[in-house]
Design a protein around this ligand. Structure first.
Ligand code: SF4
Ligand code: SF4
Length: 389
């Protein structure tokens, strides 16, 4: 709590302001959620056609056909029984698709968490006028852990799997082959998450994504410290992530396999955890293996698999707020490189055009004895007076 009592009056005002604004954003979300018209659940039967069922589930006939294991061009006007679909099969699919219904409130909670993360990193983490000698108390972990726990509880288990950044990306590409009634709606959904990644470097991933938060919390447990020092080479993890993304697109668009609509990510979608909907054994295995690996490896799902992780890594190049290094002060001592759980800090110091993902986790912001690192607006560098270490 030394950090909290060291904040200046101006910073306390910022803290109060961001808390009030965050709560107000969530309150607006609650009002909007209440006003959202939720259709009463409909009892579907296999005597109905896809044309009758699909709109009620918010998908197109093609998408329903895909979920039922039928070809995308299967007749949409025929009763499902005539296509060989059983009542049980339909029940499972209807239950699964209903779980994709988006919580309006969750968008607002995402915004509130990202806003808090941004203000914490830019304005609150370091008490005003605190010299580099006191850097041990800068950017304490507990506010970060509190936000991550809130994300898991609220954006995960309380509000369910949808929407989430990974799904926002996958649905965008699925909409291009007609699996959703509106492409524009999915473009807006993706742009929402992209904007939250651009405002502050990958802040939606680092501070608000519930599965990212679960991995971060597992990694934060004070165990396996020696293992955590070993970082996976970024070239290897990113090659796997890019290759998977390309294969997924080739299959989805039917360029390989000859049939459109197969989404490999569905088989490893860990966000199903938040609906307790393990539609295939591979999903349960993915969740279990990822969380087990996260005890010693930083965010393995984000590093190797997540398509939003990949696209937001590219978007980092245009993020407005991010970790900045004052090269005139940097002595290349390597403290920030050791503190970073990925190769982001080393890549940045080496001046690489495409360094590894930076999740805005703040670990590097408290270790520089030269006061050469800060989180700020691109082009602006915080500078404490020289000789105040
Ligand atoms: S990269 Fe990780 S944190 Fe970001 S959306 Fe994917 S799972 Fe979530
Ligand atoms: S420690 Fe690494 S991932 Fe975390 S903010 Fe610093 S550069 Fe980014």
């Amino acid at each position: 709590m030394g950090w909290l009592t060291s904040l200046s009056r101006r910073q306390l005002l910022w803290l109060a302001l961001v808390s009030v604004i965050g709560l107000a954003i969530v309150a607006v979300g609650m009002v909007r959620e209440k006003a959202t018209v939720h259709r009463p659940p409909v009892a579907f039967t296999a005597a109905m056609t896809m044309k009758q069922i699909a709109p009620q589930l918010g998908v197109t006939g093609k998408s329903l056909a895909r979920e039922l294991g039928l070809p995308l061009d299967a007749p949409k006007n025929e009763p499902l029984t005539a296509l060989g679909v059983t009542e049980d099969q339909l029940d499972d699919v209807a239950h699964h698709l209903a779980g994709h219904r988006e919580s309006t409130l969750k968008y607002y909670v995402f915004v509130a968490l990202v806003l808090f993360g941004l203000v914490f990193l830019v304005r609150l983490g370091r008490p005003d006028d605190s010299p580099a000698g006191e850097r041990g108390m800068w950017y304490p972990r507990w506010p970060y852990i509190a936000v991550l726990s809130l994300s898991v509880a609220l954006c995960g288990f309380a509000l369910g799997k949808s929407p989430n950044p990974m799904e926002g990306t996958v649905k965008l590409f699925k909409s291009f082959i007609g699996l959703y009634p509106s492409v524009a709606e999915k473009v807006v959904l993706f742009l929402f998450f992209a904007a939250l990644a651009v405002i502050g470097n990958k802040l939606i991933c680092g501070w608000a994504c519930p599965f990212g938060a679960l991995q971060e919390l597992a990694f934060s447990l004070p165990i396996l410290r020696k293992l955590k020092r070993h970082k996976i080479p970024f070239a290897a993890s990113n090659t796997v992530r890019c290759a998977l993304f390309i294969v997924v697109l080739l299959l989805l668009f039917g360029i390989i396999g000859g049939q459109k609509g197969l989404v490999l990510y569905h088989f490893v979608n860990p966000f199903n955890l938040f609906n307790l909907d393990f539609e295939s054994a591979s999903i349960g295995i993915t969740v279990f293996v990822t969380l087990a690996l996260s005890l010693g490896t930083y965010r393995p799902f984000c590093q190797f698999i997540c398509p939003f992780g990949l696209l937001s890594w590219l978007l980092e190049r245009i993020s407005l707020f991010r970790v900045r290094i004052d090269r005139e002060r940097c002595t290349n001592c390597g403290a920030c490189i050791r503190a970073c759980p990925l190769q982001a800090s080393s890549g940045r110091l080496a001046g690489k055009l495409l360094p590894a993902d930076c999740f805005s986790c703040a670990r590097c912001l408290r270790v520089c004895s030269e006061d050469a690192i800060a989180y700020g607006l691109v082009g602006r560098m915080h500078r404490a007076p020289v000789g105040k270490p």
